[in-house]
Design a protein around this ligand. Structure first.
Ligand code: SF4
Length: 386
């Protein structure tokens, strides 16, 4: 997968050595020339970027790419409420500290009425414009349960955008109902669904999926679900869960597969790199550690550089903490996700950040990083600026 040609001597027979493909193809200098000319980077460039230890050069290149493609000093965030409809899940991903079985004491499955009541109560406290809802893939509910949730929330809060259910959950609904992905998405859209979050992508490479999420659907199903959503006019988000068993080739492959789909559909609103948190997972017992700040910044920069057709790259502060997210704004990120009200999935896996970041505090962090805070709605329309 590594392209087979890295470092290969390309001299002809009987000739003096000319150079190698590595030096020809993908040094930071040659990548810089491409970025300055607004040329697309390729697989080898992506690998060279990930293998570089010149972190500041990567940040500067990514920021240059962002500006060359029309990026400004504006940094976006959204006010959103996180809901989880159930933590019961049949899949058992090895990196997951959130899921339980129906028999465990901590199991819950909220009814549509409970979710509405909770959301209305939270709305009195914070003026969120978006509900981000994901959950486990419970075999103990049916498709109508999901449609009822969306319809009930929309009826109770017609002005709130509903960003609900990963592609994996959509696929789960097709299994529960026997309906096609298109039909499931159409019914959810008619009930009030606005967009899909980007979870469930993990890392597309089969080797990685077999190791960390053997019960999850094939990566092509994730991509096809997003393709179908885009064709129906439902925008979506995309992610990569990195920092476990994947290698650099698999990271680049993942990003390029997302880029290829975006070329086809232009349906992704944003890309969010998600660092793996090992706490309370089987990997913690094996002594696994968090990604480092350098890894996180590198992933932001490389995502910006390779995903030349995705307008927004998020530094997910819930995961990386606000201080590192500030630096990420100089590594290609232009979004810090939001003032999240309650986040459980990353916190079950040990994320230490405050789960509710007040608007003013978030704006202060963004300004201190030399950028202009802009509160947005889910579709990146401006709500307020500082
Ligand atoms: S990551 Fe999602 S699909 Fe996997 S076990 Fe956890 S809740 Fe289930």
């Amino acid at each position: 997968m590594a392209g087979g040609a890295r470092g290969v001597d390309v001299r002809g027979r009987g000739e003096e050595p000319l150079t190698t493909l590595t030096t020809l193809g993908s040094s930071l200098e040659s990548i810089r020339a491409k970025v300055e000319a607004n040329e697309r980077l390729d697989f080898e460039d992506g690998l060279a970027l990930l293998e570089s230890s010149d972190l500041l050069a990567l940040g500067e290149l990514a920021d240059l790419a962002r500006r060359n493609r029309g990026g400004t000093d504006e940094v976006y965030f959204v006010q959103n409420l996180y809901l989880n409809q159930t933590n019961v899940c049949r899949v058992k991903c090895k990196f997951c500290a959130f899921a339980v079985t129906q028999k465990q004491a901590a199991a819950y499955t909220h009814s549509p009425a409970e979710l509405v009541e909770d959301a209305l109560r939270q709305r009195e406290l914070t003026g969120f414009t978006e509900i981000h809802m994901v959950g486990g893939e419970s075999p103990h509910v049916d498709f109508d349960y999901y449609v009822d949730i969306v319809r009930s929330l929309k009826q109770a809060m017609p002005d709130v955008h509903l960003k609900c259910f990963t592609a994996s959950e959509i696929h789960h609904m097709t299994v529960l109902s026997g309906l096609s992905h298109e039909r499931v998405l159409t019914e959810l859209r008619e009930a009030g669904l606005g967009s899909l979050p980007g979870g469930g992508a993990e890392v597309f490479a089969e080797r990685v999926r077999r190791l960390v999420a053997p019960g999850k659907e094939h990566s092509e199903i994730w991509l096809e679900t997003h393709r179908t959503a885009h064709a129906l006019g439902i925008p979506t988000h995309c992610t990569m869960l990195y920092g476990h068993v994947e290698n650099d080739e698999e990271r680049v492959d993942h990003l390029l597969r997302l880029r290829a789909l975006q070329d086809e559909t232009s349906g992704f609103l944003a890309f969010i790199p998600l660092a793996f948190h090992p706490e309370n997972t089987v990997f913690e017992q094996r002594g696994w550690r968090h990604t480092t700040g350098a890894d996180d910044l590198k992933l932001i920069a490389v995502s910006r550089l390779l995903l030349d057709n995705v307008a927004n790259i998020k530094a997910y502060w819930i995961m990386m903490g606000m201080p590192l997210a500030q630096i990420a704004l100089h590594f290609g990120a232009n979004d810090v996700q939001g003032t999240v009200v309650r986040e459980q999935i990353f916190h079950a896996a040990g994320a230490q950040t405050e789960t509710e970041q007040k608007v003013g505090e978030l704006a202060r962090f963004v300004r201190a990083a030399g950028r202009i805070p802009v509160q947005r709605d889910t579709l990146y329309r401006e709500v307020r600026r500082w």
